[in-house]
Design a protein around this ligand. Structure first.
Ligand SMILES: *Cc1c(COP(=O)(O)O)cnc(C)c1O
Length: 365
């Protein structure tokens, strides 16, 4: 598969796709990650043949050997992005080449073969073209795309696999958090960290999520929606949530977010927010923020708003922090004006309702 030519996906249509009536019923209340489209993209990699057999085919269970490498050593990475239906009925993606680039970086960290960016993008486009009827047009809804790659060799030795599968599946989604909920509550974990220097914190790999689940369960027990993780070395510096980056808004109008130090996932939403804010003349500092400072700034009123951001939820205001050292609210506990404004701008650009001066929105062709 030459890099210069557009990769070709063989299309093998589903013999019995879901009927329009059934699909419309599913799309009326999709939830998040529960329902899936008719097809999937799949590409195989071997040592000898490289990337090969690119296909769009009926979505179906995979048959893997019990000794499949990923089941034992978790050599797996993924991405997440959304396809949006615009007012004219067209379909677009938001900065998909950034996901392609990050997927390459994650592959490198997990000692996997990089998926050429052209192949990654064509897998998305070919799947969306095939399942275009599944892209919802209702308010707040979109088609969530999940590219992922895993070690598929049948082998129990500890070394990088010699075979991989790269797939893309698609799931129509509504809002990520419960509707009607204005702000989320986060738990500061004393016992658990997400990522350590030299580890995989900056890679989007399933293992990071596996390690975060116990902290997430602890958060739920304390009535919280999400965990905010502190750094592994000093347990003092705010890093990010389990699957979202974090921003702080101060009374002088400036924004602050933890710097990408290798233990934080470089979010595309994070980057987009920084660009939008800076273009509007807002000062954005990428500097570490200590948990004690956070508490003090919330108490003094210097800190006005806090929000989390990522593809799934886009921007979610944080209204309250809970920890073993006590709870404290942010502002009035709801969605602040700066958070709301940023959310409207970003969602507006993503959905084609606001002009896109950045060239971020890519029409699916
Ligand atoms: C995916 C992810 C994010 C958000 O990244 P986006 O590109 O904005 O979706 C943040 N943190 C973690 C740990 C993630 O896995």
């Amino acid at each position: 598969m030459a890099a210069e030519t557009r990769p070709q996906f063989a299309i093998q249509p589903h013999p019995e796709p879901i009927s329009k009536g059934e699909r419309d019923a599913l799309l009326a209340n999709p939830g998040f990650g529960r329902i899936f489209t008719d097809h999937m993209a799949i590409v195989r990699w071997t040592e000898e043949g490289g990337w090969q057999d690119a296909r769009i085919e009926a979505r179906h269970p995979l048959s893997i050997d019990p000794a499949c490498a990923v089941l034992h050593y978790a050599q797996e990475i993924f991405e997440g992005l959304k396809a949006y239906r615009d007012a004219e009925g067209g379909i677009s993606l938001f900065r998909p080449e950034e996901n392609a680039r990050r997927f390459r970086a994650s592959a490198e960290r997990l000692a996997m073969p990089p998926v050429p960016e052209e192949l990654f993008l064509e897998a998305l486009n070919a799947l969306i073209r095939t399942d275009a009827d599944w892209v919802p047009d209702s308010q707040g809804a979109s088609l969530y795309l999940r590219p992922f790659m895993f070690a598929s060799e049948t082998f129990l030795g500890v070394r990088p696999s010699l075979e991989y599968l790269f797939l893309v599946i698609a799931s129509p989604v509504g809002a990520y958090f419960k509707p009607g909920k204005d702000a989320v509550t986060v738990w500061v974990s004393d016992d658990y960290t997400r990522a350590a220097p030299g580890g995989t914190g900056a890679a989007k790999c399933g293992g990071n999520y596996a390690a975060s689940l116990i902290a997430q369960a602890e958060a739920s027990r304390h009535g919280c929606d999400q965990v905010v993780f502190l750094d592994a070395a000093e347990h003092r510096w705010v890093e990010e949530l389990g699957g979202m980056n974090i921003f702080f808004v101060f009374d002088d109008g400036s924004l602050r977010t933890p710097p990408l130090s290798g233990t934080i996932l470089p979010g595309i939403t994070r980057d987009s927010i920084m660009q939008i804010a800076r273009a509007a003349g807002t000062e954005v500092r990428e500097v570490p923020y200590a948990i004690d400072q956070w508490r003090a700034d919330a108490a003094s009123g210097h800190l006005r708003e806090v929000f989390a951001c990522g593809t799934a939820a886009v921007i979610a205001p944080i209204g309250e922090i809970r920890s073993s050292k006590g709870n404290f609210p942010i502002g009035d506990g709801g969605c602040g004006p700066v958070t709301g404004e940023l959310r409207n701008t970003l969602v507006g650009i993503q959905r084609g309702n606001i002009a896109d001066p950045y060239g971020w929105v890519k029409t699916v062709v």
